[in-house]
Design a protein around this ligand. Structure first.
Ligand SMILES: CC(=O)SCCNC(=O)CCNC(=O)[C@H](O)C(C)(C)COP(=O)(O)OP(=O)(O)OC[C@H]1O[C@@H](n2cnc3c(N)ncnc32)[C@H](O)[C@@H]1OP(=O)(O)O
Ligand SMILES: O=C([O-])CC(=O)C(=O)O
Length: 373
């Protein structure tokens, strides 16, 4: 007979990884041994993707080569391009992204291979294409035209340009780039686990990423950032404390708070709080930043919970001009670098992931023909 399950697999070690590590008590996060506090604001998202997917921070030459591969790789295939208008009409952003990434597998040059070199090429293409998919989807549903990506700009700048329709300021690009770095990988979070389970059947990278996107979408995971913004918009700026207390008293969860692993401040939230403050001050309207600070204080006083990565990301993305329902797709744009690296790692040293379950149903049922039921 199987042992009792640990609900939600809390504290179960489900994989070995050299990609990221968390110290939940100290509130620290490392990508391949580099402290997130050293990377955020210094390494670009492209350098971080190289670190995760290719094992090291790139030299200048390696970064130029990787950057060129990303530029070449972002070209969308005909199947995906042809379907964007109808998908934009019928699906919400995360559903659309799941569909579009799935379709993009059809045109992938290495689609039939899970060999290491093919996986590296696919990881670069998926990382390069996803921002474009989100931007094209957004243009299709708003009836606008997406500016073409500029080969001189990085992924962060091109995405802001394409989604907001205006050239972002240098500081906005730096902040958004740091957001992408902060969201890139996070040990065995639910979407990464989903990707690894799929990859461990020796399925292909696009299939694993589709599983990951579907898993990120839920409000207990990446979908929380959109919910945070909706909460801020639904509360009066003068009634924050009361609204939060009322929701907690009613047994509701406040999105953007709590974490399975961190027992103290999420180190990513430390950066995002500062970014939110800076952008709020620059915008001349710091309402959402002030409301967020007050929410943070009340949730801590009442429940002892800290904000997670999704909490201040909401106001940061809002101040950057990103539409609220694209917040979770933005998370996905960043996490693609980590997911793909985990698929590469899983394929490189694979064993089928197949845990056990505890049976809690009826036993010894007697068969009855359909006429007698
Ligand atoms: C990128 C990310 O995925 S970060 C997480 C994004 N998700 C959210 O922000 C959603 C809100 N937060 C949550 O639902 C949870 O904290 C999770 C899903 C992140 C972690 O879940 P778990 O580790 O399973 O913790 P669980 O949900 O069991 O919470 C433990 C206790 O804290 C409470 N709690 C946890 N988070 C919250 C919250 N945000 N608001 C109010 N209470 C909370 C629970 O109600 C529970 O209380 P109880 O013991 O009295 O029943
Ligand atoms: O680790 C988790 O459970 C969720 C999280 O913060 C992330 O995926 O970034």
């Amino acid at each position: 007979m199987a042992d009792k399950p640990t609900k939600g697999l809390a504290d179960v070690v489900a994989a070995s990884t050299a990609l990221s590590d968390i110290d939940g008590k100290a509130g620290r996060l490392f990508y391949r041994g580099y402290d997130i506090h050293d990377l955020a604001g210094r390494a670009t998202f492209e350098e971080t993707a190289h670190l995760l997917q290719r094992g090291k921070l790139p030299s200048r030459a390696e970064l130029a080569e990787f950057g060129a591969e990303l530029v070449r790789g972002r070209e969308l295939g005909s199947l995906v391009s042809a379907n964007i208008p109808e998908i934009a009409e019928k699906q919400k952003p995360m559903e659309a992204l799941r569909s579009l990434v799935s379709l993009s597998g059809a045109d992938d040059l290495d689609k039939d291979s899970i060999e290491p070199d093919a996986n590296l090429r696919k990881a670069a293409r998926l990382t390069a294409q996803q921002p474009l998919l989100v931007a094209r989807y957004h243009a299709a549903r708003t009836g606008g035209r997406t500016p073409e990506p500029d080969a001189e700009l990085n992924i962060a700048a091109n995405f802001l340009l394409q989604v907001t329709g205006r050239m972002p300021e240098r500081r906005e690009i730096e902040i958004f780039d740091a957001c992408l770095v902060l969201h890139a990988d996070h040990t065995m979070n639910a979407s990464t686990f989903a990707a690894r389970v799929c990859a461990a059947t020796l399925s292909d990278m696009h299939s694993a990423i589709v599983a990951a996107i579907g898993t990120l979408k839920g409000p207990l995971h990446g979908g929380a950032n959109e919910q945070v913004m909706k909460t801020l918009e639904s509360i009066s700026p003068s009634g924050v404390a009361q609204a939060v207390r009322d929701r907690l008293a009613a047994g509701e969860k406040i999105m953007g708070f709590g974490h399975r692993v961190y027992k103290t401040e999420d180190p990513r939230a430390t950066h995002l709080r500062k970014m939110s403050q800076e952008l709020a001050e620059a915008s001349g309207d710091d309402t959402y930043y002030r409301m967020s600070k007050e929410m943070e204080e009340v949730v801590f006083e009442t429940k002892g919970l800290y904000p997670n990565v999704d909490f201040y990301a909401a106001s940061v993305y809002h101040y950057l001009g990103i539409p609220t329902d694209l917040f979770t797709p933005v998370f996905s744009i960043s996490r693609m670098s980590g997911w793909t690296a985990h698929v590469i790692e899983q394929h490189a040293d694979n064993r089928l992931i197949r845990p056990d379950s505890e049976y809690i149903g009826e036993r010894d049922q007697k068969w009855k023909p359909i006429e007698e039921r």
